[in-house]
Design a protein around this ligand. Structure first.
Ligand SMILES: CCCC(=O)SCCNC(=O)CCNC(=O)[C@H](O)C(C)(C)COP(=O)(O)OP(=O)(O)OC[C@H]1O[C@@H](n2cnc3c(N)ncnc32)[C@H](O)[C@@H]1OP(=O)(O)O
Length: 300
């Protein structure tokens, strides 16, 4: 029996899934001028976004601008886009932990940059740039966690909502401070927040620019778990251990799980079902499936 048609089918399926994930929300048809905003953001440098990919399939993304509580400069926005592309191309990835340097998460946009791009054209382009990047982050076929230590404010709070899970350390705080800045979320955090906590709670958090401590976040379903340690290194270790309950196992299966859930969340039912069928086709009869059939585990 020749494997060529089967291989061909798999390749087409994978390509389609890949294209779907890469599909950005905004392009020129929406008045989005990517090159223009990239040039603009390049002018506001400082800080970095560091990515370390480990052999166990877990990546650590560090928001690194501790002088400004890890606020996003222009070049950090550009680097985040590059790191997301890198993660999209990492076929062995199973999990991602996003955290901030200096034991705090992120205080949002660098207000010095906000001031410089306060005109409407730049504001809209920056908004579309960040929505594109964070949508691609959300759709990565791996389990992502925002490890919230210290403060996640403004755009930092929005970034946490682009992850699958949020873990908080004692004393940490998520706060959508936008209202106090005369703003609403613009990095997609409003739409995602409603889907995480519901519209009533989202209205309270956005309308009151409310402080959300770990206890409240847990009760709202905004956070999955409060880690025992607030120390930077210990908390990272605890986040890894927490994530491992989902990422232990073969990458093909773990990535397929995330793809099925992404399709279920984002697509109308019939399209989600068809996508699920395609993803099922990538694991059915695959190595993990065949090995399990040999082992015949009892799921007690
Ligand atoms: C669509 C995106 C919308 C947005 O994200 S708008 C930005 C929303 N974020 C904010 O408004 C945060 C403003 N910052 C604060 O409220 C406080 O700095 C914060 C985060 C509670 C931390 O307070 P503290 O622990 O007391 O520390 P601190 O105020 O002394 O800050 C240390 C240094 O960091 C600076 N910083 C903090 N957040 C910043 C930001 N977003 N942009 C620019 N600089 C920022 C702060 O000015 C201070 O610098 P410096 O030591 O005075 O030179």
């Amino acid at each position: 029996m020749t494997l060529a048609p089967w291989k061909n089918f798999l390749q087409i399926t994978m390509k389609r899934i890949l294209q779907q994930r890469r599909l950005s929300l905004y392009n020129g048809a929406h008045g989005y001028e990517e090159e223009l905003i990239k040039k603009k953001l390049q002018q506001f440098s400082g800080g970095s976004i560091n990515l370390s990919k480990e052999d166990n399939g877990i990546a650590i993304l560090t928001l690194n601008n501790p002088k400004l509580m890890n606020a996003f400069t222009g070049t950090m926005m550009l680097e985040l886009q590059e790191r997301v592309t890198e993660l999209e191309n990492w076929k062995d990835g199973k999990g991602l932990i996003i955290h901030g340097a200096g034991n705090t998460f992120c205080s949002g946009s660098d207000l010095n940059v906000v001031k410089q791009i306060s005109n409407s054209q730049d504001g809209m382009n920056m908004c579309m740039f960040m929505q594109n990047t964070l949508t691609r982050l959300m759709r990565l076929p791996l389990f992502s966690v925002a490890l919230v230590q210290g403060k996640a404010f403004g755009g930092g709070a929005e970034l946490t909502t682009a992850c699958d899970f949020r873990l908080m350390t004692p004393g940490s705080e998520i706060r959508f401070v936008h209202k106090h800045m005369g703003l609403v979320p613009g990095w997609g955090g409003g739409a995602r927040l409603v889907r995480i906590v519901g519209s009533g709670a989202a209205l309270q958090l956005l309308g009151g620019a409310a402080r959300v401590d770990p206890e409240r976040a847990l009760s709202l379903g905004l956070s999955e778990h409060t880690l025992p340690s607030s120390d930077e290194t210990s908390a990272l270790g605890e986040a890894r251990a927490w994530l491992s309950q989902y990422t232990d196992g073969p990458a093909t299966v773990i990535r397929a799980v995330k793809k099925v859930v992404t399709a279920g969340r984002e697509l109308p039912l019939e399209a989600a079902l068809r996508t699920e069928k395609d993803i099922f086709g990538t694991v059915w009869g695959g190595p993990a499936n065949l090995q399990a059939l040999v082992r015949r585990p009892k799921h007690k």
